[in-house]
Design a protein around this ligand. Structure first.
Ligand code: URA
Length: 251
Protein backbone atom coordinates (compact mmCIF):
# COMPACT_ATOMS: atom_id res chain seq x y z
CA UNK A 1 0.00 0.00 0.00
CA UNK A 2 2.72 2.54 0.97
CA UNK A 3 6.09 0.86 0.38
CA UNK A 4 4.99 -0.20 -3.13
CA UNK A 5 6.84 -3.50 -2.80
CA UNK A 6 5.58 -7.08 -3.03
CA UNK A 7 6.81 -10.35 -1.54
CA UNK A 8 8.36 -11.22 -4.93
CA UNK A 9 10.43 -8.02 -4.88
CA UNK A 10 12.07 -9.18 -1.63
CA UNK A 11 13.36 -12.43 -3.20
CA UNK A 12 12.94 -14.30 0.09
CA UNK A 13 14.48 -11.64 2.39
CA UNK A 14 13.41 -12.16 5.99
CA UNK A 15 15.68 -9.48 7.48
CA UNK A 16 15.09 -5.75 7.30
CA UNK A 17 17.32 -2.84 8.26
CA UNK A 18 15.11 0.19 8.84
CA UNK A 19 16.76 3.62 9.17
CA UNK A 20 14.54 6.69 9.49
CA UNK A 21 16.22 8.76 6.78
CA UNK A 22 15.58 7.76 3.13
CA UNK A 23 19.04 9.14 2.25
CA UNK A 24 20.70 6.49 4.45
CA UNK A 25 19.08 3.53 2.69
CA UNK A 26 21.40 3.42 -0.31
CA UNK A 27 24.47 4.04 1.89
CA UNK A 28 23.55 1.06 4.09
CA UNK A 29 22.66 -1.22 1.17
CA UNK A 30 26.00 -0.45 -0.51
CA UNK A 31 27.85 -1.83 2.56
CA UNK A 32 26.46 -5.28 1.66
CA UNK A 33 26.74 -7.46 -1.47
CA UNK A 34 24.79 -6.85 -4.70
CA UNK A 35 22.87 -3.71 -3.69
CA UNK A 36 19.92 -2.84 -5.89
CA UNK A 37 17.25 -0.16 -5.77
CA UNK A 38 13.69 -1.40 -5.22
CA UNK A 39 11.11 1.38 -4.81
CA UNK A 40 10.53 4.91 -3.58
CA UNK A 41 7.20 6.34 -2.40
CA UNK A 42 6.74 9.21 0.07
CA UNK A 43 9.24 8.68 2.94
CA UNK A 44 9.71 5.02 2.07
CA UNK A 45 12.81 4.18 0.00
CA UNK A 46 13.79 0.53 -0.31
CA UNK A 47 16.85 -1.35 -1.57
CA UNK A 48 17.71 -5.05 -1.62
CA UNK A 49 21.18 -6.43 -0.85
CA UNK A 50 22.86 -9.59 0.45
CA UNK A 51 24.74 -10.67 3.57
CA UNK A 52 28.19 -12.29 3.24
CA UNK A 53 26.53 -15.71 2.97
CA UNK A 54 24.17 -14.59 0.19
CA UNK A 55 21.02 -14.24 2.33
CA UNK A 56 18.85 -11.36 1.13
CA UNK A 57 18.35 -8.24 3.21
CA UNK A 58 15.87 -5.43 2.58
CA UNK A 59 16.82 -1.89 3.64
CA UNK A 60 13.82 0.42 3.91
CA UNK A 61 13.38 3.88 5.45
CA UNK A 62 10.62 4.52 7.98
CA UNK A 63 10.49 8.31 7.89
CA UNK A 64 10.27 10.14 11.20
CA UNK A 65 8.11 8.95 14.08
CA UNK A 66 5.67 6.23 15.06
CA UNK A 67 2.94 6.22 12.40
CA UNK A 68 5.20 5.79 9.39
CA UNK A 69 7.41 3.30 11.30
CA UNK A 70 4.31 1.18 12.07
CA UNK A 71 3.41 1.21 8.36
CA UNK A 72 6.93 0.08 7.40
CA UNK A 73 6.92 -2.85 9.84
CA UNK A 74 3.36 -3.87 8.96
CA UNK A 75 3.96 -3.95 5.21
CA UNK A 76 7.38 -5.64 5.43
CA UNK A 77 5.96 -8.28 7.81
CA UNK A 78 3.19 -8.93 5.29
CA UNK A 79 5.96 -9.54 2.71
CA UNK A 80 7.57 -12.18 4.96
CA UNK A 81 10.12 -10.17 6.97
CA UNK A 82 10.78 -11.62 10.45
CA UNK A 83 13.81 -9.68 11.73
CA UNK A 84 13.86 -5.90 12.02
CA UNK A 85 16.81 -3.73 12.96
CA UNK A 86 16.22 -0.02 13.40
CA UNK A 87 19.33 2.08 12.76
CA UNK A 88 19.03 5.70 13.78
CA UNK A 89 20.24 8.65 15.81
CA UNK A 90 19.47 9.74 19.33
CA UNK A 91 20.05 12.49 21.91
CA UNK A 92 21.78 11.32 25.11
CA UNK A 93 20.29 12.48 28.43
CA UNK A 94 22.90 10.91 30.74
CA UNK A 95 25.83 13.24 31.41
CA UNK A 96 28.52 10.60 30.79
CA UNK A 97 27.44 9.61 27.27
CA UNK A 98 29.51 11.36 24.59
CA UNK A 99 28.41 12.11 21.02
CA UNK A 100 29.57 9.33 18.71
CA UNK A 101 28.63 6.62 21.22
CA UNK A 102 26.47 3.80 19.88
CA UNK A 103 23.38 2.98 21.96
CA UNK A 104 22.20 -0.63 21.83
CA UNK A 105 18.66 -0.70 23.15
CA UNK A 106 17.29 -3.38 25.43
CA UNK A 107 13.96 -1.57 25.55
CA UNK A 108 12.21 1.75 25.07
CA UNK A 109 9.83 3.90 27.12
CA UNK A 110 6.60 4.31 25.13
CA UNK A 111 6.07 8.07 25.12
CA UNK A 112 4.25 7.95 21.80
CA UNK A 113 0.74 7.15 20.64
CA UNK A 114 1.07 4.91 17.61
CA UNK A 115 2.16 1.72 19.42
CA UNK A 116 -0.98 1.85 21.58
CA UNK A 117 -2.92 0.81 18.48
CA UNK A 118 -0.90 -2.42 18.51
CA UNK A 119 -0.55 -3.37 22.19
CA UNK A 120 -1.76 -1.79 25.46
CA UNK A 121 0.61 0.59 27.21
CA UNK A 122 1.38 -2.04 29.88
CA UNK A 123 2.98 -4.22 27.17
CA UNK A 124 6.76 -3.69 27.22
CA UNK A 125 8.75 -2.41 24.24
CA UNK A 126 11.63 -4.89 24.48
CA UNK A 127 14.38 -5.85 22.07
CA UNK A 128 14.90 -9.47 21.07
CA UNK A 129 17.90 -10.89 22.94
CA UNK A 130 19.48 -12.22 19.71
CA UNK A 131 19.74 -8.66 18.35
CA UNK A 132 21.09 -7.31 21.65
CA UNK A 133 23.74 -10.04 21.67
CA UNK A 134 24.99 -9.58 18.09
CA UNK A 135 24.94 -5.78 18.35
CA UNK A 136 26.89 -5.86 21.62
CA UNK A 137 29.42 -8.38 20.28
CA UNK A 138 29.89 -6.30 17.13
CA UNK A 139 30.38 -2.95 18.89
CA UNK A 140 32.89 -4.60 21.23
CA UNK A 141 34.75 -6.33 18.41
CA UNK A 142 35.01 -3.03 16.50
CA UNK A 143 36.23 -1.22 19.61
CA UNK A 144 33.52 1.43 19.32
CA UNK A 145 32.20 3.31 22.35
CA UNK A 146 28.80 1.82 23.20
CA UNK A 147 26.13 1.72 25.90
CA UNK A 148 23.41 -0.88 26.41
CA UNK A 149 20.12 0.08 27.98
CA UNK A 150 16.75 1.76 27.73
CA UNK A 151 15.91 4.65 25.45
CA UNK A 152 12.72 6.73 25.40
CA UNK A 153 10.64 7.30 22.30
CA UNK A 154 8.69 10.52 21.93
CA UNK A 155 6.53 11.40 18.97
CA UNK A 156 7.47 15.04 19.41
CA UNK A 157 11.03 16.24 18.68
CA UNK A 158 10.59 19.66 20.33
CA UNK A 159 8.13 19.84 23.25
CA UNK A 160 8.10 16.06 23.84
CA UNK A 161 11.88 16.14 24.25
CA UNK A 162 11.76 19.35 26.33
CA UNK A 163 13.67 21.50 23.82
CA UNK A 164 13.97 25.14 24.85
CA UNK A 165 14.66 26.58 21.38
CA UNK A 166 11.03 26.60 20.24
CA UNK A 167 8.63 29.30 19.00
CA UNK A 168 7.08 29.38 22.46
CA UNK A 169 10.52 29.48 24.11
CA UNK A 170 10.46 26.28 26.11
CA UNK A 171 6.81 26.40 27.15
CA UNK A 172 5.68 22.84 27.94
CA UNK A 173 2.29 21.47 28.91
CA UNK A 174 2.28 20.40 32.55
CA UNK A 175 2.56 16.62 31.90
CA UNK A 176 5.73 17.27 29.84
CA UNK A 177 7.47 19.53 32.34
CA UNK A 178 10.62 17.99 33.82
CA UNK A 179 10.44 14.99 31.51
CA UNK A 180 14.20 14.81 30.86
CA UNK A 181 15.14 15.04 34.55
CA UNK A 182 12.62 12.31 35.39
CA UNK A 183 13.87 9.97 32.64
CA UNK A 184 17.48 10.66 33.58
CA UNK A 185 16.78 9.68 37.21
CA UNK A 186 15.18 6.49 35.93
CA UNK A 187 18.42 5.61 34.13
CA UNK A 188 17.08 6.13 30.61
CA UNK A 189 20.01 6.70 28.25
CA UNK A 190 18.57 8.77 25.44
CA UNK A 191 15.63 10.17 23.50
CA UNK A 192 14.56 9.42 19.94
CA UNK A 193 11.38 8.95 17.92
CA UNK A 194 10.88 5.41 16.58
CA UNK A 195 12.35 2.66 18.78
CA UNK A 196 9.32 1.88 20.95
CA UNK A 197 7.26 1.30 17.82
CA UNK A 198 9.78 -1.18 16.45
CA UNK A 199 10.17 -3.00 19.77
CA UNK A 200 6.46 -3.12 20.68
CA UNK A 201 5.30 -4.18 17.24
CA UNK A 202 7.93 -6.89 16.73
CA UNK A 203 7.45 -8.28 20.27
CA UNK A 204 3.65 -8.29 19.87
CA UNK A 205 3.88 -10.04 16.48
CA UNK A 206 6.39 -12.67 17.67
CA UNK A 207 9.12 -11.25 15.41
CA UNK A 208 12.70 -10.25 16.31
CA UNK A 209 13.29 -6.53 16.78
CA UNK A 210 16.45 -4.62 17.63
CA UNK A 211 17.48 -0.97 17.75
CA UNK A 212 20.80 0.77 17.49
CA UNK A 213 21.27 4.54 17.50
CA UNK A 214 24.25 6.87 17.31
CA UNK A 215 24.40 9.69 19.86
CA UNK A 216 24.45 12.93 17.84
CA UNK A 217 24.00 15.26 20.81
CA UNK A 218 24.21 15.27 24.60
CA UNK A 219 21.31 17.30 25.94
CA UNK A 220 23.33 18.42 28.97
CA UNK A 221 25.69 20.39 26.76
CA UNK A 222 23.74 21.45 23.67
CA UNK A 223 20.52 21.58 21.67
CA UNK A 224 22.31 22.06 18.36
CA UNK A 225 22.89 19.00 16.20
CA UNK A 226 26.00 19.36 14.01
CA UNK A 227 26.59 17.75 10.63
CA UNK A 228 29.97 16.49 11.87
CA UNK A 229 28.43 14.57 14.80
CA UNK A 230 25.76 13.16 12.50
CA UNK A 231 28.40 11.90 10.02
CA UNK A 232 30.47 10.26 12.77
CA UNK A 233 27.37 8.52 14.16
CA UNK A 234 26.28 7.34 10.76
CA UNK A 235 29.70 5.75 10.19
CA UNK A 236 29.77 4.06 13.60
CA UNK A 237 26.20 2.76 13.36
CA UNK A 238 26.75 1.38 9.85
CA UNK A 239 29.93 -0.44 10.94
CA UNK A 240 28.14 -2.08 13.87
CA UNK A 241 25.00 -3.01 11.98
CA UNK A 242 26.96 -4.55 9.10
CA UNK A 243 28.83 -6.88 11.42
CA UNK A 244 25.74 -7.59 13.54
CA UNK A 245 23.47 -8.45 10.62
CA UNK A 246 26.10 -10.81 9.20
CA UNK A 247 26.46 -12.47 12.61
CA UNK A 248 22.67 -12.87 12.97
CA UNK A 249 22.35 -14.35 9.49
CA UNK A 250 25.36 -16.71 9.92
CA UNK A 251 23.18 -19.36 11.54
N1 URA B 1 16.70 12.20 17.45
C1 URA B 1 15.80 12.69 18.33
O1 URA B 1 14.63 12.37 18.28
N2 URA B 1 16.26 13.53 19.28
C2 URA B 1 17.54 13.93 19.37
O2 URA B 1 17.89 14.72 20.25
C3 URA B 1 18.45 13.41 18.43
C4 URA B 1 18.01 12.54 17.48
Amino acid sequence: MHLHISKDDLEGATTAIIPGDPARVEKIAREFRNPKFLKQNREFTSWLCEADNGKKIVVCSTGIGGPSTAITIEELALCGVKDFLRAGTTGAIQQHIDPGTVIIMTGAVRLEGASQNIAPIEFPAVAHHDWVRVLFDSAKELGLKHQIGISATSDSFYQGQNRQDTYQKGFFLRPLQGRIEELERLGVLSLEMEASLVLTQTAAYGLRGGCIAGVIINRHSSEVITEEATQICERNVIQVLKLAVNKLLEK
